[in-house]
Design a protein around this ligand. Structure first.
Ligand SMILES: [Zn+2]
Length: 450
């Protein structure tokens, strides 16, 4: 979808794991009225509003950043911003870098600035500021299985089942057969959980069935959907998308309230489960990619098939204008999550590339950037990898509408080889699991005390 650049998108929506550019999830704002004054006399653009919240976001507790006072050097802060968190945009970020601290605009008129002082010598964050442990902080192995003491949360992407057509994650090329991303992520999650446990790990599944984690449904989210459309410049949107396609469908109350349910509210509920209940050392988010398949009732195969692994980063200045997004990014940065997340993602990408033999996906959109040394690893600001307050490795192997991959996925999980599309092939799901296990094991072998 074409993006207008005249004014920043307000809250809007959302990233999506699909490679297909036609499946972008943002609402383009309504066109601005033509300016009446000649260009030379036009007033300067108003300063950005820094008090907005993302959809269903909550006002941050800026005081929490004070616990990172004098723990990070200025050089470390700048390197993290430049190498991972910024999208390399020329626009200035909503904070002011001083020689001995960073001053952040909070968006709160009562206390408009938060200042976090830098230190001369890096310090680990104070106890109590994070619930996860780096590999190097784990107890020594002393001959126990390699993943002993590590707590993994596995997050099978999407919901699946009856929700998969709504999620636009249902794909069928012939009657009587179909794949759903929400089901295809649960399969490797269950197998992976057993394999990791066999290596000594403690494992929690963020979702265990083809049901949502959130208690909200689209009917509960009509008012925020309306508000979102209003802020994007559509004060009188159509209610139902019946008979509509493309952009016209997206700017309806029905489509937005459904999106708020299965994407935004669902990820917020999972984040609460991860951060408050599970408190893992690492989250593994399992997804599959897809290329544009056109109309879901007569989808198209794609010749492309690829792999990439995401870490959190690449925040656009317009995203950082939202106070909760700004806070969550800084909280991740000062918690030093990236110091664990990136090398772990690189190790998992290595395992996945060996197990699947897939080539690296190449992003051509500005919402992602290459980070680190692996050609498979990109940074992106996704709701899940921003809200989960621990290292998150977000996997995007396989193009579901690649013909051979589709047929392999229809066969589900099996061991050994079976005849698929005229030749003996392994299970794509088994290869997925093997890739993650090998990557994780390689990482902990290298980084945890023996
Ligand atoms: Zn996905």
């Amino acid at each position: 979808m074409k993006r207008m650049t005249r004014r920043p998108l307000p809250v809007v929506v959302l990233t999506c794991c699909f490679a297909a550019s036609g499946m972008t999830q943002t609402i383009a704002p309504a066109p601005a009225p033509p300016a009446s004054a000649p260009l030379s006399l036009a007033p300067p653009p108003p300063p950005p509003q820094l008090n907005q919240l993302s959809a269903l976001g909550t006002t941050p507790e800026w005081l929490k950043l004070q616990s990172f006072h004098q723990t990070m050097t200025r050089a470390e802060f700048e390197a993290a911003v430049n190498d991972i968190y910024s999208d390399a945009s020329p626009l200035p970020p909503p904070w002011k870098l001083e020689s001995d601290g960073v001053v952040v605009q909070t968006g709160d008129p009562a206390k408009p600035e938060a200042r976090i002082a830098f230190t001369q010598k890096a310090q680990p964050p104070l106890p109590g500021t994070r619930t996860w442990r780096k590999a190097s902080e784990l107890p020594p192995l002393k001959g126990r299985p390699i993943l002993s003491d590590v707590h993994f949360a596995i997050d099978p992407g999407h919901i699946g089942g009856a929700y998969s057509p709504l999620e636009e994650r249902y794909l069928s090329f012939a009657s009587g057969e179909a794949i759903q991303e929400g089901h295809l992520t649960l399969l490797p999650a269950q197998v992976l959980a057993e394999r990791l446990k066999a290596l000594g790990a403690y494992v929690s599944l963020v979702r265990e069935s083809l049901e949502p984690v959130t208690n909200m449904r689209s009917i509960d989210l009509i008012a925020p959907a309306r508000q979102l459309l209003q802020e994007a410049g559509f004060p009188q949107p159509q209610e139902s998308y019946s008979g509509l396609t493309g952009e016209a469908k997206i700017i309806t109350v029905q489509w937005q309230s459904e999106k708020l349910f299965y994407r935004v509210s669902e990820i917020h509920a999972r984040a609460k489960k991860v951060n408050v209940t599970i408190k893992p050392d690492v989250v593994l988010c399992l997804h599959y990619n897809a290329e544009a398949w056109g109309d879901a009732t007569s989808p198209q195969f794609s010749p492309a098939n690829h792999l990439h692994v995401l870490v959190n980063g690449c925040y656009a200045p317009v995203e950082l204008q939202q106070q909760d997004v700004r806070f969550e990014m800084l909280h991740r940065l000062f918690s030093r999550i990236h110091e664990e997340e990136l090398p772990l993602a690189e190790a998992v990408a290595g395992g996945m590339s060996s197990a699947t033999a897939l080539p690296a996906y190449l992003y051509t959109t500005p919402n992602a950037r290459r980070v680190g040394a692996s050609p498979y690893v990109y940074a992106r600001n996704l709701l899940a990898n921003r809200l989960y307050q621990c290292p998150v490795v977000y996997l995007e192997p396989y193009v579901m509408n690649h013909e051979e991959t589709y047929r392999r996925l229809l066969n589900g999980h099996f061991l050994g080889r079976t005849l698929i599309a005229g030749r003996l092939q392994s299970s794509a799901i088994e290869d997925y699991v093997r890739g993650v296990v090998n990557g994780v094991v390689a990482y902990y072998q290298k980084h945890r005390p023996q």
